[in-house]
Design a protein around this ligand. Structure first.
Ligand SMILES: [Cu+2]
Length: 120
């Protein structure tokens, strides 16, 4: 019985992280990015090369994501869709360079959900 309870507790923890509930704390070393209608803050995002982790906070009234593209417009990574008022941890693998960031939801990038990501 004790083993099952422990396993369930671990599952609950893992699910909480994956779902990005609104109570999620910012992981140490992660880069906080605020999503809103319709912007990324900061608009100049800095991260360390390797496996940068982004802590997404949706302060808008729409669902948003963070999509990372290289200079040719090829999509490299996309976060889960973050619901209004929720947070999400977005793990990536990026080498040094400059990337563009958009929200991939229809019309959001055109409305201003764009940022620059500098990885060094
Ligand atoms: Cu959006």
């Amino acid at each position: 019985m004790r083993t099952i309870a422990a396993a369930l507790a671990v599952l609950a923890l893992a699910e909480g992280g994956a779902c990005g509930g609104s109570g999620g704390e910012q992981p140490a070393g992660s880069v906080k990015v605020v999503l809103a209608d319709f912007s990324f803050t900061p608009s100049q995002i800095q991260a360390k090369a390797g496996s940068p982790e982004f802590y997404l906070v949706n302060e808008g009234k729409s669902s948003h994501d963070m999509t990372i593209m290289d200079s040719s417009g090829k999509q490299l990574a996309r976060s889960e869709l973050v619901q209004p008022g929720n947070t999400s941890v977005f793990d990536t693998k990026l080498s040094a360079g400059t990337y563009s960031v958009i929200c991939s939801q229809p019309g959001h990038a055109d409305a201003g959900m764009k940022a620059t990501l500098t990885v060094s």
